[in-house]
Design a binder for this molecule. Structure first.
Ligand SMILES: Nc1nc2c(ncn2[C@@H]2O[C@H](COP(=O)(O)OP(=O)(O)OP(=O)(O)O)[C@@H](O)[C@H]2O)c(=O)[nH]1
Ligand SMILES: [Mg+2]
Length: 249
């Protein structure tokens, strides 16, 4: 069939975009319509510890499945996976990377659901959309992750205030009005004054999101690595300790 009259279909109509060489590939997974999905499954508001731990478990499985992922960062219904710059996964074919990551993550989510929600039926299949970006230097990857973490902080501080106001009896519109144009320090003050709540004492997983990375197993004679999940600032202190994740292989 090599030179058959059907060859043109492949030659003229199938396109493969190969991601640029010598770039770190960031695959960002985001739950589709998770606002609705979280309502359907009665997730706790604004943060459901079980749902976030389920996302972290899926991320851990992704690092185990794809050895070229060097680090990942997740918050809410999203996770970003950083593939090392030299990865030859699917010859860097964008379509195959996207479809494979999306389907693997979704399968892990469904397989692990019962472990995190033992008494809750999964009543709607989850699905995740994926976008890919390429960055030529680790420094920019670090800045990308810091940007996501800063969004996590802003969004979580807002939703914490919002749901505290609503749970205290304010209507949703009134809560939005109260929070309109407030600065981060105003929101901290509001939580403290109205609810005697210190935002900094909220669980770190809610405030800082989750970071999954490889670490060497202490006291192992052979080089063994496992996947750790931490809820920490991804600032200079973190990178001073974990810069090895970007070591050229
Ligand atoms: N109650 C609750 N909701 C959550 C939790 N994590 C994620 N969500 C919901 O998931 C949404 C995630 O934000 P988005 O990704 O912008 O919303 P989305 O509905 O998934 O929209 P698309 O991604 O555009 O399809 C949040 O707005 C919440 O409604 C959680 O722990 N508890
Ligand atoms: Mg979403």
């Amino acid at each position: 069939m090599a030179n058959s009259k059907y060859e043109y279909v492949k030659r003229e109509f199938e396109f493969h975009r190969h991601l640029p060489a010598s770039n770190w590939i960031v695959v960002r997974i985001d739950g589709c319509h998770f606002h609705r999905f979280s309502e359907l499954h009665a997730f706790e508001k604004p943060n459901d510890d079980r749902a976030l731990r389920l996302m972290n478990a899926c991320a851990t499985s992704m690092l185990e499945k794809f050895p070229d992922i060097v680090i990942a960062y997740g918050v809410s219904d999203e996770y970003s996976f950083v593939f090392q710059e030299k990865t030859e996964l699917y010859q860097r074919d964008e379509r195959l990377i996207i479809s494979s990551c999306s389907s693997c993550f979704t399968s892990f989510y469904m397989m692990k659901w019962k472990e995190y929600f033992p008494s809750k039926e999964l009543v709607q299949p989850p699905h995740f959309q994926v976008e890919v970006s390429c960055y030529p230097e680790p420094r920019i990857v670090c800045d990308y992750l810091s940007r996501r973490q800063s969004e996590c902080h802003n969004r979580n501080q807002y939703t914490t205030c919002f749901w505290m106001l609503v749970k205290s009896g304010e209507g949703e519109n009134k809560a939005k009005e109260i929070l309109k144009d407030t600065l981060p320090k105003d929101k901290n003050e509001l939580l403290f004054q109205r609810f005697q709540m210190n935002y900094n004492n909220e669980p770190a997983m809610f405030r800082k999101g989750s970071c999954a990375y490889r670490q060497k197993v202490e006291a192992s004679e052979d080089e063994r690595w496992d996947v750790a999940v931490a809820h920490v600032d991804m600032g200079p202190h973190f990178w001073a300790k974990h810069s090895y994740v970007f070591d050229r292989r």
